[in-house]
Ligand binder design. Structure first.
Ligand code: NAP
Length: 251
């Protein structure tokens, strides 16, 4: 354990996280902020939650959290979020692509709008955010963490477009690790069931998922946040990897 007077490990580091107002993203924000980071919380529609979280954390450490609204399907969003982060904190060290849309798509009835939305939030926006952030990340020898899904490798029944998008995000992670090295590390975290979706999942489906998980329980957003902190702080020789945090669900 560091001595009490040691600086926090992420002190002065600036993080941009998408979809950080609620659920898993908010826990990642809390954990990295507690480790000393300054954070730009991007949100799409959850303005009240984003502002409340920022106010709470700024109450602990002044001017340590800013918020930025953008629809990630807007092509201008990536540049504007990078500029907002640098405007708030003067630098950008860590990009976390966490935002996502998730819902079933029935083959035979898949619409172009569903494709654009699921691919847009889970794959296209992360790519263009990585591209927009790369010069700033390179200057800091920083890193990117993409929140993928264990269903990038094994399709989730009833969710082909989501599974395709996350498979693309997995390849984006490995591909950009090559393209952006040696200055920028690029890794992914593939959650299993850490926080149930807010729709469409009845109790028997949840029991079935847990039963097929080696640890026989669901995880928590803190499991993802801890893994992000590990990748940032303790893994300087890891790049191009996607760590499954799934209680053994994918074995
Ligand atoms: N929860 C799990 O158990 C689980 C399992 C496997 C993988 N994952 C992955 O882990 C990450 C976090 O999971 P989660 O369940 O916390 O995610 P989530 O609640 O489904 O979504 C996170 C946020 O993404 C934002 N978002 C979506 N589309 C957007 C758009 N077009 N523009 C702007 N923001 C947009 C939303 O922000 P606003 O609310 O501000 O609109 C939303 O709150 C996701 O990448 C997810 O795929 C989660």
């Amino acid at each position: 354990m560091p001595a009490h007077s040691d600086p926090l490990p992420l002190e002065h580091h600036a993080v941009l996280i998408t979809g950080g107002a609620r659920r898993v993203g908010a826990q990642v924000v809390r954990t990295l902020h507690a480790a000393g980071a300054n954070v730009l919380i991007h949100y799409g529609t959850s303005a009240a939650a984003a502002r409340a979280l920022a106010a709470e954390l700024n109450g602990m450490r002044g001017a340590s959290v800013a918020v930025g609204q953008a629809d990630l399907l807007d092509p201008d969003a990536p540049e504007s979020l990078v500029e907002a982060t640098v405007g708030a904190f003067g630098r950008l060290d860590i990009l976390i692509n966490n935002a996502s849309t998730f819902y079933p798509t029935a083959v035979g009835r898949i619409t172009v709008d569903e494709w654009d939305d699921l691919i847009g939030s889970n794959l296209k926006a992360p790519l263009f955010l990585c591209q927009a952030a790369a010069p700033r990340l390179r200057a800091q020898r920083g890193l990117i963490i993409n929140i993928v899904d264990i269903h990038a490798l094994r399709p989730l029944k009833g969710h082909p477009v989501y599974s395709i998008a996350k498979a693309g995000l997995a390849m984006l992670t490995r591909s950009l690790a090559r393209e952006l090295g040696p200055d920028i590390r690029v890794n992914g975290i593939a959650p299993g069931p850490v926080l149930w979706a807010e729709h469409d999942l009845d109790d028997s489906m949840k029991r079935d998922i847990v039963a097929r998980t080696a640890l026989k329980r669901s995880g928590s957003p803190q499991d993802i946040a801890r893994t992000a902190l590990f990748l940032i702080r303790d893994a300087p020789y890891i790049s191009g990897q996607i760590i499954a945090v799934d209680g053994g669900r994918s074995i």
